[in-house]
Design a protein around this ligand. Sequence first.
Ligand code: URA
Length: 210
Amino acid sequence: MRLQVVDHPLVAHKLTTLRDKRTDSPTFRRLADELVTLLAYEATRDVRTEQSDIETPVGPTTGVKLSYPRPLVVPILRAGLGMLDGMVRLLPTAEVGFLGMVRNEETLEASTYATRMPEDLSGRQVYVVDPMLATGGTLVAAIQELIKRGADDVTAVVLLAAPEGVEVMERELAGTPVTVVTAAVDERLNEHGYIVPGLGDAGDRMYGSA
Ligand code: URA
């Protein structure tokens, strides 16, 4: 597994406002969307392209276009939905799959309650999005499912990560073609599995629920 922390003043600026507990849900959603776009720019650096011959108004030239098979973007429900638009804005040809996963708040174990994506992912580049890499349980289970379906190039885009989650990913996904792209790796997890200092419950802050 490869970890990439995106070091950019705009990323740091948006993340600071996201963390602020005074930031309301509409602002949180907008900033999360903007932050995803910046992270997606880095996360898609190796997206596959193919040569494309076109005519400009002035003459012929050769450029590139996103190639087939189309990349797949998989938001992990619920909070990953808030990152979907930002990803597909940069990857307009992408197909979208869905994974519904929930974390048991006592055991912190992840379980899957919904799956909607192609059975065969061989040869596909897959971008899985979830705001928080906390214990790593959800993301490891999601990525194992993608690899089981044949994905051979998986990039996880997360807003924030905890060192404990990164360690679990490194251990459980050792030797797999997985990259994690994040805006920051925070200090630690607290006893409730929340990232410290983090930004609280990403889903609740996005959707204004508790
Ligand atoms: N999920 C969240 O939404 N926030 C955390 O800090 C950890 C997991």
